[in-house]
Ligand binder design. Structure first.
Ligand code: RRO
Length: 313
């Protein structure tokens, strides 16, 4: 085996792979499956102050030919106190770090939730979700640079220790520049997670001529293989623009090969969403082995040997 361990936000992970928030992480039963898997860490479902049922079903479906998935879950979660209690009980000696995703519906909500976690003085790491595409009437904050800066200027000093943010995909070089200029103002913003699903796609069944999911007239976030290249571009764009910060790559990882490409683009850890949902927690052992085999074949001993070293023409 090659060494696929990594460090994220100052915390050691035995391997770089974990779940993308939203998959296999809403309930204690889901989180138990993550603990028992060969992932290198685990992250909880994005939490709001109050419990939410989310949008009506069908609200997730894989798309034909392995191209990916569409979802409009609508932030179903058990409420932040549930995840706080879980974090208080968590066995931090397990060598599998715990990340907590928070997605307040307002800055006040994020302040309230962050304060509760800070006051609990736990070794878990916060990832603030600025990019849920699926709450009707709530635009993604990641596309509003001023709102993001205002939010970070309140949350970063409150959290004090290293934390991360989950970003939507950006599609314009000017937007990479603007977002990076904001993020570089906050020293304890330790990592950015790129990318959340590509928002507001539409999948239609050819035969029935019907949208595949029910919420929002069928509009939902796209994930899986079809977003790989958008994800790699976002990982690399922020790797180049955020010196001293880390990137968590997510999007399009179906095998060791895509995990390898995320690290080449600059990722320090890699999350898996659609493929975890489709294959189950056994995906981590498979992809870890495939990545290790690729590294051995290429003569790389550690992730540092090739992280961010994509060659340009
Ligand atoms: O729950 C969701 O609908 C959801 C969230 Br919060 C998110 O951040 N990304 C996504 O694709 N779905």
């Amino acid at each position: 085996m090659a060494d696929i361990s990594t460090t994220l936000a100052g915390v050691k992970l035995p391997n770089l792979l974990f779940n993308a928030s939203g998959v296999c992480c809403q309930t204690e039963a889901d989180l138990k499956l993550m603990v028992e898997s060969e992932s290198g860490a685990l992250i909880t479902k994005s939490a709001t102050v109050e419990q939410r049922d989310g949008n009506p079903a069908p609200r997730y479906t894989p798309l034909p030919n392995g191209i990916g998935s569409i979802n409009s879950m609508g932030l179903p979660n058990e409420g932040y106190e549930y995840y706080l209690e879980y974090a208080k009980k968590y066995d931090y000696n397990s060598e599998k770090p715990l990340f907590i995703s928070l997605s307040g519906l307002s800055l006040d909500d994020n302040v309230k939730m962050c304060k509760a976690f800070v006051d609990a003085k736990l070794p878990c790491v916060l990832e603030i979700n600025y990019s849920c595409p699926n709450v009707p009437g709530k635009p993604q904050m990641g596309y509003d640079m001023e709102a993001m800066e205002k939010s970070l200027s309140v949350l970063a000093p409150l959290i004090k220790k290293p934390f991360g943010i989950k970003l939507p995909p950006y599609f314009d070089i000017a937007h990479f520049d603007q977002a990076a200029a904001v993020f570089n103002k906050f020293d304890n913003l330790a990592f950015v997670t790129c990318i959340n699903s590509v928002g507001n796609g539409l999948a239609i069944d050819f035969v029935t001529e019907q949208a595949l999911i029910k919420p929002k007239d069928g509009f939902g976030g796209l994930g899986g293989l079809m977003v790989l290249n958008t994800a790699l571009a976002n990982v690399n764009a922020f790797h180049r623009r955020l010196p001293g910060k880390q990137i968590v790559g997510v999007g399009g990882v179906v095998s060791g090969k895509e995990a390898f490409l995320h690290v080449l683009a600059g990722a320090s850890a890699v999350q898996i969403g659609t493929m975890l949902k489709e294959e189950g927690p056994g995906v981590f052992a498979r992809i870890a082995k495939e990545l290790s085999d690729i590294m051995v074949a290429k003569g790389y001993k550690t992730l540092e040997d090739f992280r961010g070293k994509v060659k340009t023409l």
